[in-house]
Design a binder for this molecule. Structure first.
Ligand code: SF4
Ligand code: FES
Length: 245
């Protein structure tokens, strides 16, 4: 395939960015989207130009490191992560527009790389279970009904990619935070710190300036792990509950 690529270039958060247009020939439909960008970078380096910065790690859809807005959609036209998008989705002659996640709480580091420290800090505020004495008990020592375990697991599949924030018109991190609160709120292990966890994580989310949820549902639509929007309702219930605790 021969492609035209319109890609956001930005030297740092302090410098204004702009779209640059590139042409790339001989792209295999067996390549992944990130391999296509690797190919473009090899071409740029061979021409003495600066390669395009973008994030990736596992390239297997499990780590949440990759994330691009492709033709206006977070993670592009597939229901998975950017690294799992393949070039067979496109055809010869296509023009593809590629941008970073856009949100005030995700400042651009360079080109397509944004700083997602805010999500790490929301986790650090309370997204854990403290074990202050002795070792952690065996996982199967505490019987959990299957329906509860399934609910916790559905929320725990969030990989922290941030697509929900990028897709939301309010740049809300409610789907992410709701998933991280819900996965522990339904389990007995999460009970001792339940109220404080919800309060602290929601306060940290607000501190970073993420917007409120106004039920657009864009987050759920782009989430590569199909986290249901119900976790946001649960987060709100946990917050109200925490007030009375
Ligand atoms: S909720 Fe979905 S879109 Fe948001 S960070 Fe988690 S996996 Fe990514
Ligand atoms: S690089 Fe790990 S999910 Fe895409």
């Amino acid at each position: 395939m021969n492609l035209k690529l319109k890609i956001w270039r930005q030297k740092s958060v302090k410098v204004a960015g702009r779209f640059e247009t590139y042409t790339l020939s001989g792209v295999s439909d067996h390549a992944s989207f990130l391999e296509m960008l690797d190919q473009l970078n090899r071409q740029l380096i061979s021409e003495g130009q600066e390669p395009i910065e973008f994030d990736s790690d596992c390239r297997e859809g499990i780590c949440g490191t990759c994330g691009l807005v492709i033709d206006g959609v977070a993670h592009g036209p597939s229901d998975t992560t950017t690294c799992q998008l393949h070039m067979r989705t496109y055809k010869d002659g296509d023009t593809i527009t590629i941008e970073p996640w856009r949100a005030g709480a995700f400042p651009v580091i360079k080109d397509l790389v944004v700083d997602r420290t805010a999500l790490d800090d929301i986790i650090a505020a309370g997204g854990y279970i403290s074990v202050n004495t002795g070792g952690a008990p065996d996982a199967n020592a505490l019987p959990i009904p299957k329906a509860v375990a399934d609910k916790a697991m559905d929320a725990a599949t969030c990989i922290g990619c941030g697509a929900c924030v990028a897709a939301c018109p309010n740049a809300s991190a409610s789907l992410f935070t709701g998933a991280k609160i819900s996965q522990m709120a339904v389990l007995p292990q999460g009970e001792p710190e339940r109220a404080e966890r919800a309060r602290a994580m929601i306060a940290k989310m607000d501190e970073y300036g993420f917007g409120n949820c106004s039920n657009h549902g864009e987050c759920e639509a782009v989430c590569p792990k199909s986290i249901p929007i119900d976790v946001i309702a649960m987060m709100k219930r946990e917050w109200v509950r925490s007030i009375f605790k």
